[in-house]
Design a protein around this ligand. Sequence first.
Ligand code: ATP
Length: 271
Amino acid sequence: MIVCHDIHKHFGGFHAVDGVSLTIPAGAITGLIGPNGAGKSTLFNVIAGVHRPTSGTVTMAGEDITGLPPHQLFARGLLRTFQIAHEFSSMSVLENLMMVPGGQSGETLWNTWVHRRRIEREEEGLRAKAQDVLEFLGLAHVREERAGNLSGGQKKLLELGRTMMVDARIVFLDEVGAGVNRTLLRTIGDAIVRLNKERGYTFCVIEHDMDFIARLCDSVIVMAQGKVLAQGAPADIVRDERVIEAYLGTGLKNKVLGKGAGEAMIGVAAP
Ligand SMILES: Nc1ncnc2c1ncn2[C@@H]1O[C@H](COP(=O)(O)OP(=O)(O)OP(=O)(O)O)[C@@H](O)[C@H]1O
């Protein structure tokens, strides 16, 4: 479980995150939505150690992790993926996965001379694990492809695969659906649900596609202007007046919005 208590993140005089307190329950899939500029990615960055908060605390399973750098959070099983996938484009898909765990004996020059067997065994283990991950994600057929040649959706799947290589426990996904076609988005959604149900992953997902959020998430947190506006079940959130207002602005809402049209408007209004 991740608990944020009164998080502020200021850039100069600008309050990108402005007093956010929230809980991301262990073992659940939580959605984080909100209009552009609401502070969602900044909050992710604070939790995942990319930014140190101006004030406030973050705890993970009761332990204070505020301001810990990403590699220390990574070692605790907390990972964040980015809106733009960060693959090593000239390496193969398989190699991209095999290099994730790090700290392998073969990375030390001395070991490459004196511990050849150990290095070979480690590589075999990693290769087998990477093959499993590729099967799980339906990417086995592009195993030898250069990662840079994958489609946007396949790159997002590869990012999920990276989290599986280190048996992550809590994964923060930033806009998994951006630039991904609907078929692959469904595949990504299915993989997230399976990782959650079968392997106990906790997810927090930023996504603008409300269908995707509603299908996946146990609960949804809505941010606007750096604050938490609402939290609840997806079905309630899309009907919440404050949420609709945040997406549309009060004037426009009154003009165009009939009751019950909230779901459609949230989905359409967000890019
Ligand atoms: N490094 C930074 N320096 C200055 N301002 C920043 C920085 N990072 C974010 N901001 C500002 O903070 C605000 C919140 O940005 P953030 O990216 O967190 O929003 P978001 O909810 O993720 O939006 P989107 O859905 O468009 O990605 C924006 O106005 C943004 O311009």
